[in-house]
Design a protein around this ligand. Structure first.
Ligand SMILES: Cc1cc2nc3c(=O)[nH]c(=O)nc-3n(C[C@H](O)[C@H](O)[C@H](O)COP(=O)(O)O)c2cc1C
Length: 156
C-alpha cells in the first residue's frame, strides 16, 4: 500500500448511477485512512480535522451537485488543500469553476482534479439506452486512484 501522510476526507454526491462512488470507493480501498462522507447519507464528519478535502460529484446541469456545494459553502474550512473528482456524460473543463471559486474564497490551495465519463441516462439519453455505457471503466477508476496518490508529490 502506498504511504500517504496527509489526512484526507472526501465529501461526495453520487446518485444518478453511483458512477462517482466507484472512484471514491476505489480510493478508500487503496487508502483506508481516507474518510468518505456521502452527502446523501449525511454521515457527517468534521472537515476541519483533515488536511486535504476531496470534493467529488456527478455533474448535474454543468455543475457539481447542488446539495454538495451547499454543504461545502457552509462547512468548507479556511486554509485546506482541496482537490476535485467528477464523472460526467460529456467532458468539459468548466465543471469545476464553482469548486475552484469556493476554494479561493476560503484561502484553500487547489491541488487539481480528475474526471472521467460516467454512464448517463438523463432525459432523452434514456430513450437510446444511455450514453457512456460501461464508464467509469476499470482503467478510469484506477486513474482516480493514481491521481489521489499523485497528490502526495505536490506536498514536497
Ligand atoms: C439530472 C442530470 C443532469 C445531468 N447533467 C449533466 C451535464 O450537464 N453535463 C454532463 O456532462 N453530464 C450530465 N449528467 C450526467 C452525469 O453527470 C453522469 O451520469 C455522472 O456520471 C453521474 O454521476 P453519479 O452516478 O455519481 O451521480 C446529468 C445527469 C443527470 C441525472
Amino acid at each position: 500500500m502506498e504511504e500517504n501522510r496527509e489526512t484526507t476526507a472526501i465529501v461526495f454526491y453520487s446518485k444518478h448511477h453511483r458512477n462517482t462512488q466507484l472512484l471514491v470507493d476505489a480510493i478508500k480501498k487503496r487508502a483506508p485512512e481516507v474518510e468518505l462522507m456521502n452527502i446523501n447519507d449525511m454521515n457527517m464528519i468534521y472537515l476541519r480535522n483533515y488536511d486535504r478535502i476531496g470534493i467529488a460529484s456527478g455533474i448535474y446541469f454543468s455543475k457539481f451537485a447542488k446539495p454538495l456545494m451547499e454543504y461545502l459553502k457552509l462547512h468548507l474550512p479556511e486554509g485546506k488543500k482541496v482537490f476535485a473528482l467528477y464523472t460526467c456524460g460529456s467532458m468539459s473543463d468548466k465543471y469545476t469553476k464553482e469548486v475552484k471559486e469556493l476554494a479561493a474564497q476560503r484561502n484553500c490551495e487547489y491541488l487539481g482534479e480528475y474526471s472521467c465519463p460516467g454512464y448517463d441516462t438523463f432525459g432523452p439519453f434514456k430513450l437510446v439506452g444511455g450514453v457512456q455505457k460501461g464508464h467509469p471503466s476499470i482503467s478510469e477508476i484506477q486513474g482516480a486512484v493514481d491521481f489521489y496518490f499523485s497528490l502526495d508529490k505536490k506536498n514536497k
